[in-house]
Design a protein around this ligand. Structure first.
Ligand code: SIN
Ligand code: FE2
Length: 216
């Protein structure tokens, strides 16, 4: 195996515009990564990660759960947000303060002041898992942005426009990166290419993604 001297270097913090209303905040979550991951263990202990079924009957390769007042779920009946975890029947766990604070700070940095997320979808990708191109459009409030925090293994994020057939950009997201999209990019199609195997010092063989949304 050849050692890549630069593979584990943390990215320099930087704000990179990717489309109108959309920015990549390189390394924005790095200084709180340990706290974010500790809270991830707590959230997933009360609302376990699970592979949801799509309305079409497929099992999603990404394992998901939620925290905050509302959670995104999928089953044979469709996609929706609901206050109860269908697995446990209980409310979703509270959104950890360090998660919310990071999301609000990232939104403000991207030009979206006053972000008040009421849902956080937690995604866990193991090697081979992917998320096909889709729009986040189950939220009633499309005036608020989506804030996406990446932890662990790197992934290729596909980010297109509101037109499905437009060829998406491919952005490599690494541990600590935050992407914010709203305004003219709020309904941009996006997805994650199949995760390439690897080992991350803090998460092992997996990528974790947190997306913060304002639903109601
Ligand atoms: C999502 O679209 O909900 C997640 C995107 C990601 O995992 O980066
Ligand atoms: Fe999405």
């Amino acid at each position: 195996m050849t050692a890549d001297l630069f593979a584990d270097q943390p990215p320099e913090p930087a704000t990179l515009p990717i489309a109108p209303g959309a920015v990549l905040l390189r390394g924005f979550a790095l200084d709180v990564d340990q706290a974010l991951l500790k809270a991830f263990a707590e959230v997933t202990a009360s609302a376990p990660l699970r592979h949801l079924i799509t309305p079409g009957g497929y099992t999603m390769s990404v394992a998901m759960t939620n925290c905050g007042p509302l959670g995104w779920v999928s089953d044979r009946r469709g996609y929706r947000y609901q206050a109860q975890d269908p697995l446990t029947g209980a409310s979703w766990p509270a959104m950890p303060a360090c998660w919310r604070e990071l999301a609000v700070r990232a939104a403000a940095e991207a030009g979206y002041g006053g972000f008040r997320p009421d849902a956080c979808l937690v995604n866990s990708y193991e090697p081979g898992a992917k998320l096909s191109l889709h729009q986040d459009k189950d939220e009633k409030d499309l005036s608020a942005p989506i804030v996406s925090v990446s932890l662990g293994l790197a992934a290729v994020f596909q980010f297109g426009t509101a037109v499905r057939s437009d060829r998406p950009q491919r952005l490599r997201l690494v541990h600590g990166d935050v992407v914010v999209w709203g305004g003219p990019s709020r309904l941009a199609f996006h997805g994650i290419a199949p995760l390439v195997d690897g080992e991350h010092a803090l998460t092992g063989q997996r990528r974790i993604n947190l997306t913060f949304r304002k639903v109601a």
